[in-house]
Design a protein around this ligand. Structure first.
Ligand code: NAD
Length: 262
């Protein structure tokens, strides 16, 4: 299937590891010009180099903290200057810590809102004018299964990420006339560093081993295994492609069937 993505400019936020990195690589493998960011230039440079070695893609990698509005503005401007615009933007950031509600502090809530809601706002407001100029664009927010089904101990994610769904639907409604499609992808339990951290904190809280925690997550999904970062990335790439040209305002879960609702 031709995804129609050759030479598109894809900016993937928070992409030095995990799902972000897999997504940047998946766009590179489709012939996109790829822009990546993360807070640490060192980790990012190594990640970008890995992609350049495996694909012929042009990769632009610049350090940026996605919770810093001015830094996101500078990043988008730099990508547009380098590649002549931004066609596809995947918003992403690290996930909030696992805590029960009474253990959360005001700072936890502020940080979660900055990382997991406001970062999407910062990217959207900077990339939309470029997309309007070309009358073509794709914004895909990377969130979580928590947008549909709360996960125990992840109250910060459960609460904050649903606001992203409201943002996505609003942007889809407002900018569909400009050829901009806006969708949200919610991973289930996916084998990354983030999941190792979660397993560690669950293990400490419950007395179970980390292996037991991983086995429990896998057992809870009808597919009886964790997801791989590339499986989330492939769904994001499809949503960005010409093959998803009539899909907007949607949340697509990539969770091995873990979501229990209809
Ligand atoms: P990860 O922790 O492995 O990677 C996160 C990436 O974000 C890293 O590249 C990190 O450097 C970067 N990052 C973090 N904070 C940043 C900031 N302020 N500015 C710029 N870059 C920043 O996480 P992952 O597993 O790839 O998950 C990606 C997103 O998906 C997270 O929000 C996570 O909570 C969510 N998610 C993950 C899972 C899972 O099981 N892995 C499930 C549901 C949702």
């Amino acid at each position: 299937m031709d995804l129609g993505l050759k030479n598109r400019v894809a900016l993937v936020a928070a992409s030095s590891q995990g799902i972000g990195l897999a997504t940047a690589e998946a766009f590179a493998s489709e012939g996109c010009r790829v822009a990546m960011c993360a807070r640490s230039q060192q980790a990012l440079t190594a990640a970008a180099e890995k992609i350049r070695k495996r694909h012929t893609a042009e990769v632009f990698a610049e350090a940026c903290d996605v919770t810093d509005a001015a830094a996101v503005e500078r990043l988008v401007a730099a990508v547009a200057e380098r590649f002549g615009g931004v066609d596809i933007c995947v918003t992403n950031a690290g996930g909030p810590p696992a805590k029960g509600f009474l253990a959360t502090t005001s700072d936890d809530w502020r940080r979660a809102i900055e990382a997991n809601l406001l970062s999407a706002v910062y990217f959207a407001r900077n990339v939309i004018p470029h997309m309007q100029g070309k009358r073509w664009g794709r914004i895909i927010t990377l969130t979580s299964i928590t947008t549909r089904q709360p996960v125990a101990d992840l109250v910060l994610s459960n609460a904050v990420r649903t606001a992203v769904v409201g943002l996505v639907k609003s942007l889809a409604n407002e900018f569909g006339k400009d050829g901009i499609l806006v969708n949200n992808v919610g991973p289930g339990f996916t084998a990354t560093e983030r999941l190792k951290e979660l397993a560690k904190s669950r293990s400490t809280a419950s007395g179970k081993t980390e292996q037991e925690i991983f086995a429990g997550w896998a057992a809870d999904a009808p597919l009886k295994r964790l997801g791989e970062p590339r499986e989330i990335a492939d769904t994001i790439v499809w949503l960005a492609s010409e093959r998803a040209s009539y899909v907007t305002g949607q949340t697509v879960l990539v969770d091995g069937g873990m979501y229990k609702g209809l």
